[in-house]
Design a protein around this ligand. Structure first.
Ligand SMILES: Cc1cc2nc3c(=O)[nH]c(=O)nc-3n(C[C@H](O)[C@H](O)[C@H](O)COP(=O)(O)OP(=O)(O)OC[C@H]3O[C@@H](n4cnc5c(N)ncnc54)[C@H](O)[C@@H]3O)c2cc1C
Length: 459
């Protein structure tokens, strides 16, 4: 962003005229807590104010002041992001959106919901249950993350293999631009060819183009039935081949997760590399699909078990969701960190990538624990190091670089769902050498003073 100097006291005085005193803070403890997200990224410039707005018009007034006085603004949801996206790299104001958490209207007849960005993902699906509806994107952080954060990162998760990512469900957005102007994008219709698809521009823009203050989301009917098939393979790439064969056989699982032997042992579900297939739909349809998955996997030498009980299914998913946390402590006594990469590959190259991950782990002498949404080609590679040892960090960053470079060589992308943020900012040019300039032009057009979440996405 442009070099800027501002008088914090003067800005604080102006903000106090817009916001009730209990929703604006310059308490050092709160400023400190608002300086981090779930990644290792730190900022040298803590914010001078954390504001919890309660309406779009308040957000608009705050941004008018910030724009006029060239103050950086970092939007923040639940801060479960894994890339430093909500970390205020240049200080300024943190806009904590968790206070705007109302489900405004469940329009069940039109299978859509209008809500504020601070609604928590799991809470939304609980509210939708009585209508037989659900919002399918299903991140591991469901109990914590906000819909605004999901929209900003185009988050997805377990069920994207069948149901797609957050962007597939955004019908319309209200966004406050960095100048304070409030714009409405999209419509109530399931599709439209009317004009530029501006809502899509904001999905995945990681808070660099404006603040999402309302969203209209499309919903789906809950399936009548769900089955899990647990398929244990002798090797990790054997498990990857199993997934490719299942997809090629014409079955579309609603979820398809890979867990290597360390990940699976950490959550107590076995010892060999495992694929969790979820099949959903009408009762007969789901059962037939589950039996077909078993046939394909057993044909490849896997041992399979079907899980019908809803409570056991829920238990397995709960364990799967906690994997990133559990593996940080899988070796007793040592202080270990989990930095999970998020590469995604065209499905044919997933097996090659799994082999490359094993090679890279051996080359750098750092254990990699692999899991992820393999049905999409999305792999998380968690790297375990001793956080106290600087040299291990150096090796970790070099190893990350090789994972990104290898994924790009295999036709993949640097991130399937976690986003770019700070951690992957330097790789955006490598992936999009021909279009990064256009992204920067769009950023400058919408945010001429560069106040919106500066330092993110390499923009
Ligand atoms: C245990 C764990 C499991 C996870 N599993 C998954 C997974 O399976 N799939 C997945 O996709 N992600 C996963 N994540 C990552 C993370 O939860 C998602 O990226 C989530 O969408 C972030 O939501 P949040 O509310 O925490 O956003 P934050 O971390 O607060 O912010 C994320 C980004 O959104 C911007 N932002 C937030 N609110 C707004 C708004 N209203 N308007 C504009 N910009 C905004 C921020 O500036 C930032 O750039 C996981 C994280 C953890 C810790």
């Amino acid at each position: 962003m442009q070099e800027c100097r501002y008088d914090e006291d003067e800005i604080y005085r102006r903000l106090c005229k817009i916001i009730a005193p209990d929703r604006i803070s310059n308490n050092p403890a709160e400023l400190y807590c608002s300086s981090r997200d779930a990644s290792y990224i730190k900022t040298a410039h803590p914010p001078f104010s954390v504001i919890r707005p309660s309406s779009s018009s308040e957000v608009s007034e705050i941004l008018k002041v910030a724009h006029e006085m060239k103050v950086p603004v970092t939007p923040r949801g639940a801060a479960t992001g894994l890339t430093g996206g909500a970390v205020p790299l240049h200080g300024g104001i943190v806009l904590d959106m968790t206070g705007m958490d109302q489900v405004i209207e469940i329009d069940h007849e039109n299978m859509q919901v209008l809500l504020e960005p601070g609604v928590i993902h799991a809470g939304l699906n609980e509210a939708l249950f009585e209508y037989g509806l659900f919002f399918p994107p299903d991140p591991g952080s469901s109990e914590m993350c906000t819909i605004g954060g999901m929209i900003a990162n185009d988050a997805s998760g377990m069920r994207s293999v069948k149901y797609g990512t957050t962007s597939s469900y955004v019908l319309g957005l209200e966004v406050v631009l960095p100048t304070g102007e409030i714009v409405n994008t999209g419509s109530r219709c399931f599709k439209t060819s009317s004009g530029y698809d501006l809502k899509r521009l904001f999905v995945g823009s990681e808070g660099t183009l404006g603040i999402v203050t309302r969203a209209r989301l499309r919903l789906r009917a809950l399936p009548e039935s769900r089955y899990l098939v647990l398929a244990s393979f002798e090797t990790l790439d054997g498990a990857g081949s199993g997934v490719v064969e299942v997809l090629k056989s014409g079955i579309l699982p609603s979820a398809c997760e890979i867990l290597d032997e360390v990940a699976i042992a950490a959550i107590g579900l076995g010892e060999k590399p495992l694929i969790i297939f979820e099949l959903d739909g009408m009762e007969d349809e789901a059962e037939i699909a589950a039996l077909k998955v078993i046939e394909v996997c057993e044909g490849l030498g896997a041992e399979c078990r079907i899980v019908e009980s809803e409570s056991e299914q829920a238990e397995i998913w709960d364990k799967r969701r906690m994997i990133g946390v559990v593996i940080t402590r899988h070796k007793e006594g040592s202080v270990r960190v989990y930095e999970s990469e998020d590469v995604i590959l065209p499905i044919k190259n997933v097996v090659r990538m799994l082999r490359e991950i094993e090679r890279i782990s051996e080359k750098f002498g750092i254990e990699i624990i692999t899991y992820g949404h393999i049905g999409d080609g999305n792999l998380h590679t968690a790297m375990a190091i001793d956080v106290q040892d600087e040299s291990e960090w150096e090796r970790l960053f070099k190893m990350s670089e090789e994972i990104y470079t290898t994924a790009l060589k295999l036709g993949g992308s640097i991130t399937g769902e976690h986003g770019v943020g700070v951690i992957r900012a330097s790789y955006l040019k490598k992936e999009h050498p021909g279009s990064l300039e256009l992204m920067r032009t769009i950023k400058r057009a919408i945010d001429p003073t560069g106040i919106m979440n500066p330092g993110k996405m390499g923009l």
